[in-house]
Design a protein around this ligand. Structure first.
Ligand code: B16
Ligand code: MG
Length: 220
């Protein structure tokens, strides 16, 4: 790419580890329904919307319910999840994320959030990062879930920057797919085997700088 004008960050798995709270709440629901839901099962829920997560969970338990009952269950799980995230603090920001957001801005790069979560306003408020983003696009503004490109395209639009100048930071396969579908470059955070379609994969954001991005993406 010629120039980096914006970076779009996923929330869960990139800026904070809310997956552990999602897991506690989904596990509690599975227990109520009478089956075991393991951490390995939970991997399948990362980056996926709330209702799709419930469908996967019920698939694991071999259960089916009518839509109205599923909506009740999703609401119940969310109430438990909100209880957990209410207690979050800025110490829970994943290492390197805040520093990178700050360095990007210093170098004139716009920042946006591109998360599937409807709870992202509460999370950003609890961890004190709301003002680190020039635009916030999440499950409240966009209903079509990743791997559709909608969330990332909405973020680019809100920043008034075209997709070719955007880099997306994502921890989920569906999120990398969404960014590719949006015509954006990608940095995967986590397992290179799972995130094989990302342009580059790093284990975390510790020490990740604007200069590193230039090195990796400019004129490549
Ligand atoms: P909520 P992300 C995603 O966040 C989570 O990874 C996924 O597990 C969750 O189901 C989804 O948000 C919806 O979250 O129930 O809070 O609306 O990775 O897109 O930041
Ligand atoms: Mg994620």
């Amino acid at each position: 790419m010629e120039q980096i004008k914006a970076c779009i960050f996923d929330l869960d798995g990139v800026v904070v580890d809310t997956a552990k709270y999602h897991y506690l709440a989904w596990k509690r629901l599975a227990q109520e329904l009478g089956f075991e839901f393991t951490e390995q099962h939970n991997e399948r829920l990362k980056g996926v919307s709330r209702m799709r997560s419930l469908e996967i969970l019920l698939e694991v338990g071999g259960l089916t319910f009518p839509v109205n009952k599923m909506e009740e269950m999703a609401a119940k799980k969310n109430a438990w999840y909100v209880e957990y995230i209410q207690k979050m603090t800025p110490e829970e920001i994943l290492p390197g994320a805040k520093e990178l957001l700050e360095k990007l801005r210093t170098n004139g790069v716009k920042t946006a959030l591109g998360s599937a979560s409807k709870n992202s306003p509460l999370i950003l408020e609890r961890i004190g990062l709301k003002n680190h983003f020039d635009a916030i696009c999440d499950g409240n503004s966009v209903t079509v879930a990743k791997p559709a490109p909608d969330i990332f395209l909405a973020a680019a639009k809100a920043l008034n920057i075209s997709a070719e100048y955007c880099i997306v930071f994502e921890d989920a396969e569906a999120g990398i797919e969404a960014a590719i579908n949006a015509g954006m470059q990608t940095v995967g955070i986590g397992n290179p085997q799972i995130l094989s379609r990302a342009n580059v994969v790093v284990p975390n954001l510790i020490g990740f700088t604007y200069n590193k991005l230039v090195e990796l993406f400019i004129n490549k």
